[in-house]
Design a protein around this ligand. Structure first.
Ligand code: 5AD
Ligand code: SF4
Length: 432
């Protein structure tokens, strides 16, 4: 979502004469768009600000002004504190207020001293961002929903991104059409909890994600559709049947489980049991037999015993994942889990992470190897490191390398998979 938000910030600032450059040291304006989800991500911001402090000082020596803004969820969480801790920062702007950037930057540059805007404004930023998207490549993101009302006990999102809110259907369709007109073929819908989507339709009714996907699938020029990230409880019947009925909806779903232990799931306030997850997965696989799953896992949540962790390992063995992300539990200030007494020592977290990683990597390798010899459509959207090589995505999000002429760039091409690595496939085109 930060990638999406950053692209929108660029679109907002382009009419004012800004252009994107590669080197922050030469910039007139630097915006750090930040993530607060785990401690490591948040810490990166301060080390980056240290580097920018030196760049700003050199710019001043040369008589150049450099304005430094921090946007995103670290900005939201730290607010005024951010400029106290890092006085190099001129502007702090939260994820729901960045449509005000042009005005905020002008204010900061006019006066001495900085500015903080971490309000949750009554207006929706989406109503104020430009209607037409600049070209975003072949497989862009499209934000349809933001914030979250689930309050998982480990998670900062409900506090930093705010309450769950869904964009109106007409606005999303218009943005999708704008992306398609500028060369997009595959669109990934985004939301912190995207399947909680409940936007107002053109008919005045509230549409769920299943219905929205159907409307998007009907757009001319759209070849592939994906969405991320979902909560198991919001995986409703309409969404599951969308997986059955819509060929453009890719057979790959990121559905975080977090833990395989019912008592840890309860402590996490996930509001479902392992069996509920398994039931949803069974229904999805019945609807779309070639569906592959991806997930997020947290190890070392407060109170996680060896038995709880073994339940996660067992769940992974039973369900089977094509891909996954796994994290050590990271206490986030202000979240209920951070205050729990029974924190797990880091050494135990590391041990569990290593074991889970080995199991998930093995499942990923097995999934990749099973594709060798098969024929699949690949959307080639990147140039490879070697000349004559293009890289694309399989329907299951695997990176696929093939020797192809550059005229194949941006095309959906049938390939036969010739080899599988841990993280990618090699393939040859059937005809091109
Ligand atoms: N510690 C570790 N991982 C976390 N996540 C969210 N909050 C935390 C935290 N405090 C992980 C979850 C979520 C993903 C985006 O990040 O697995 O699904
Ligand atoms: Fe965070 Fe996702 Fe839980 Fe919402 S559903 S609180 S975004 S982990």
């Amino acid at each position: 979502m930060n990638v999406y938000d950053s692209a929108r910030m660029v679109e907002l600032l382009t009419p004012l004469g800004y252009t994107v450059i590669d080197c922050a040291e030469d910039a007139h304006l630097v915006i750090l768009n930040t993530c607060h989800i785990r401690e490591k991500a948040a810490e990166k911001v301060y080390s980056e600000l240290g580097r920018l402090r030196r760049a700003k000082a050199s710019a001043a020596e040369e008589g150049r002004r450099m304005t430094i803004a921090v946007a995103g969820c670290v900005a939201q969480a730290e607010g005024e504190e951010m400029r106290r801790r890092a006085p190099v920062v001129d502007l702090v702007v939260g994820p729901q207020a960045y449509h005000r950037l042009p005005e905020l930057i002008a204010q900061v540059e006019r006066r001495q001293g900085g500015l903080t805007d971490t309000n949750f404004p009554v207006e929706s930023k989406f109503d104020l961002l430009p209607d037409t998207r600049s070209p975003q490549g072949i497989a862009p993101f499209l934000s349809v929903q933001e914030g979250c009302d689930k309050f998982c006990s480990f998670c900062v999102v409900p506090y930093t991104r705010g309450a769950e809110s869904s964009r109106p259907v007409a606005q999303i369709l218009a943005e999708a059409q704008s992306l398609l007109a500028s060369g997009a073929q595959e669109i990934t819908l985004l939301g912190q909890n995207v399947n909680a989507y409940h936007g107002t339709g053109p008919d005045g009714e509230t549409w769920g994600l299943g219905r929205l996907l159907r409307a998007l699938a009907a757009l001319t020029g759209l070849t592939r559709l994906r969405y991320t990230t979902s909560h198991p409880l919001d995986m409703d019947a309409a969404l599951i049947t969308a997986h059955r009925d819509l060929p453009v909806l890719m057979p790959f779903l990121h559905l975080p489980l977090q833990s395989g232990s019912d008592s840890i799931l309860a402590a996490m306030n996930r509001r479902h049991k392992l069996d509920d997850y398994k039931e949803r997965v069974a229904a999805l696989r019945a609807a779309r037999p070639d569906l592959a799953l991806s997930s997020d896992f947290i190890v070392g949540f407060p109170g996680e015993s060896d038995r709880d962790f073994e339940a996660t390992m067992q769940a992974v063995r039973e369900i089977g994942f094509a891909q996954a992300y796994y994290f050590k539990y990271s206490p986030r200030p202000g979240t209920p889990a951070a205050a729990l007494a029974c924190q797990v020592p880091d050494a135990v977290k590391s041990e569990r992470l290593t074991a889970l990683q080995a199991l998930l990597n093995e499942q990923q390798r097995t999934f990749n190897r099973a594709k060798v010899g098969s024929v699949m459509p690949v959307l080639f959207d990147r140039f490879g490191r070697r000349p004559g090589q293009l890289v694309g995505r399989s329907p299951w999000m695997q990176a696929v390398h093939a020797e192809l002429k550059s005229t194949a760039f941006g095309r959906l091409i049938e390939v036969r998979v010739t080899a599988a690595g841990d993280n990618s496939l090699a393939a040859e085109p059937l005809a091109f």
